[in-house]
Design a protein around this ligand. Structure first.
Ligand SMILES: Cc1cc2nc3c(=O)[nH]c(=O)nc-3n(C[C@H](O)[C@H](O)[C@H](O)COP(=O)(O)OP(=O)(O)OC[C@H]3O[C@@H](n4cnc5c(N)ncnc54)[C@H](O)[C@@H]3O)c2cc1C
Length: 260
């Protein structure tokens, strides 16, 4: 790549650099690559778009749980990360998640309840989610139309859904052991409901025919362009991705400092 050209509030700007680093996220970066014609040999730019097929269990306990104010995301376990003896399939990490406010609880109950009761219930709820590591599927993708519009295509694989249903049952068992009074479970396997945790769209690898980036996150076919964000991940890990994205960025930054 020899120069950069972009539009800023209607003005065309230009810049020349020795090395270019794209960090627009797993949706933004493939869009920039596609619009710039930097798609390389693999045909994989924008493909293998993943997030997490999750499972959720929310329970009502007789005592305050701290779920609404203390243990918002702090409690987690990895016991089911690799599945279990009777279910030898990779699942992922489990952690507590934020509970919606009392207004949301009131809105979603079939019968109206007063504020005081909603607040009482809120203090006694604990919600846990289980991340399921999605399979990379080339047909799940970020595309740019002729008009420049961004389109996301995503469908969970039946194996993702199968594992998330198992995870939900296990989370409910955990709640049961913890003395839950009432609970419900749900799976996050509906497509097109969210875009958080997006990864995979510029996957790294050593083979230019099957990956977009080399192991140091450099484009296989353009050796002065690096892509450093969640797109490099060849799988979705089964954990929240931000710290891995940061750790990889530091690793690549060291490499760029030493070699470019
Ligand atoms: C609601 C929510 C909750 C989350 N909770 C957690 C959590 O608890 N733990 C965790 O680990 N992860 C969590 N995540 C995921 C985490 O935030 C992302 O995985 C991570 O931030 C992705 O990092 P990134 O560098 O790939 O992209 P981003 O952090 O998205 O950075 C990309 C940047 O590029 C900019 N950009 C995009 N396109 C362009 C363009 N054309 N020109 C210029 N700039 C552009 C964007 O504005 C953005 O600032 C959560 C995400 C969401 C949405």
């Amino acid at each position: 790549m020899v120069k950069l050209r972009w539009r800023d509030s209607g003005t065309i700007e230009r810049l020349k650099a020795k090395t270019y680093i794209i960090t627009a996220g797993a949706i933004g970066s493939p869009v920039i690559l596609i619009k710039s014609g930097l798609t390389g040999r693999s045909g994989q730019v924008g493909r293998n778009y993943m997030y997490h097929c999750g499972a959720l269990a929310a329970g009502l306990f007789s005592k305050p749980t701290g779920g609404a104010d203390t243990f918002i995301k702090q409690l987690g376990f990895t016991d089911l990360y690799f599945g279990s003896a009777d279910f030898p399939h990779k699942l992922g990490y489990s952690q507590t998640v934020p509970i919606p406010g009392h207004l949301s609880i009131q809105e979603n109950l079939p019968v109206p309840i007063p504020d005081a009761i909603a607040k009482f219930l809120l203090k006694r709820i604990l919600a846990m989610t289980g991340f399921v590591e999605d399979l990379p599927q080339p047909e799940n993708r970020v595309e740019v139309s002729n008009t420049g519009a961004i389109h996301l295509f995503h469908k969970f694989h039946p194996y993702d859904i199968y594992r998330s249903r198992y995870y939900m049952r296990q989370l409910k068992k955990v709640m049961g052991h913890a003395g839950v009074v009432f609970m419900f479970g749900a799976t996050g396997d509906k497509d097109d409901r969210q875009t958080a945790h997006q990864v995979g769209t510029t996957r790294f690898g050593s083979d230019p025919k099957t990956s977009v980036l080399d192991p140091y996150c450099r484009l296989h076919d353009h050796d002065n362009v690096f892509v450093v964000d969640g797109g490099f991940m060849p799988t979705s890990l089964g954990v929240s991705p931000a710290l891995t994205i940061v750790a990889n960025a530091l690793r690549v930054a060291d490499y760029i400092n030493e070699t470019c």
